[in-house]
Design a protein around this ligand. Structure first.
Ligand code: NAD
Length: 279
């Protein structure tokens, strides 16, 4: 059975970023036409240019916010005109912010005089923003771009979850709650769409060493793992970080015709992290 990816049209939100630019390139390498949608137009256009040059597959960068339905609808018109109607959506835009992060991991006697560093210092506004980016930022693009799939009676959506969805990491409650909501929403939408020909699945990346988190995980001076980095590796049975490229096989498979009876699943791509109790 062929994968049947060639000449399909995919929208990749957050496509200017680290992981989703890699996913977009993997799609292009299989002949998928890619719309790289990002708040950052320059980043999106750069990825589209690299794709066109490297894979000779049509690609375009486009600016829109996954939190602004009108901007997504405007982007859809341009994508439809330039690439055609949409078959696939990768909901990749997401992330955390300092305003939704506690400084302290635990409430201990040491921090009782400085509760601002704990749960009690979190600002509702920061919490809302992170929750919205990760949750509404998946909800709204699905509403806008799945319309084409409904008309065609076929299509496939991939949401991007996280290890935080299963067991939250310390310090980042809004991000964790939003990713847990993504798992639940993936199941809900898969059922809601089950009779339409549209499938909805998610991937949950484990720990990847990217430019954004390298300074947190590797000590710049010594090149050794930081305490947080050590903990991650200790809790990853494969004892290493993943590479962004290692997410692409699961994404391609779930989007493709190899997965026509699969909907509503979240696949961890994590070197065993989510399976391991630590004992
Ligand atoms: P990244 O920061 O490199 O990319 C995110 C992109 O989203 C950026 O290009 C940014 O401009 C864009 N963006 C932000 N707000 C937007 C908005 N409102 N509208 C449109 N675009 C917007 O992040 P990444 O590390 O590549 O992560 C991609 C996805 O993978 C996220 O959902 C993240 O939560 C998830 N994830 C990442 C890791 C990791 O280790 N990096 C692990 C698990 C899950």
């Amino acid at each position: 059975m062929p994968l049947n990816l060639k000449d399909k049209v995919a929208v990749i939100t957050g496509g200017g970023g680290v992981l989703c630019s890699t996913m977009a390139k993997a799609l292009a390498s299989h002949g998928v036409k890619t719309a790289i949608l990002d708040l950052n137009l320059e980043a999106a256009e750069k990825v589209a240019k690299e794709i066109t040059e490297q894979y000779h597959t049509p690609s375009m960068g486009i600016s829109a916010s996954v939190l602004d339905k009108k901007s997504l609808e405007a982007a859809k018109l341009v994508i439809n005109e330039k690439l055609g109607t949409i078959d696939y959506l990768v909901n990749g835009a997401g992330g955390n912010a300092a305003s939704a992060t506690t400084k302290a991991e635990f409430i201990t006697d040491d921090v009782l005089n400085n509760l601002d560093d704990t749960f009690f210092g979190l600002e509702a506004d920061g919490f809302d923003k992170v929750f919205a980016l990760n949750f509404q930022g998946t909800l709204l693009p699905s509403m806008v771009f799945a319309k084409d799939m409904l008309d065609k009676k076929q299509g496939s959506i991939i949401n991007v979850s996280s290890m935080n969805a299963y067991t939250p990491l310390t310090k980042i409650p809004a991000y964790s709650a939003a990713k847990a909501a993504i798992n639940n929403f993936t199941q809900w939408l898969a059922v809601h769409f089950a009779k339409t020909g549209i499938r909805v699945n998610a991937i949950a990346p484990g720990f990847l060493l990217t430019n954004q988190n390298r300074f947190l995980l590797i000590d710049e001076k010594t090149g050794e793992a930081t305490a947080r980095g050590e903990k991650i590796i200790r809790n990853t049975p494969m004892e290493r970080y993943g590479e962004p490229e290692e997410l692409t096989g699961t994404m391609l498979y779930l989007l493709s015709d190899w997965a026509t009876f699969i909907t509503g699943v979240v696949v961890p791509v994590d070197g065993g992290f989510s399976a391991y109790s630590g004992v």
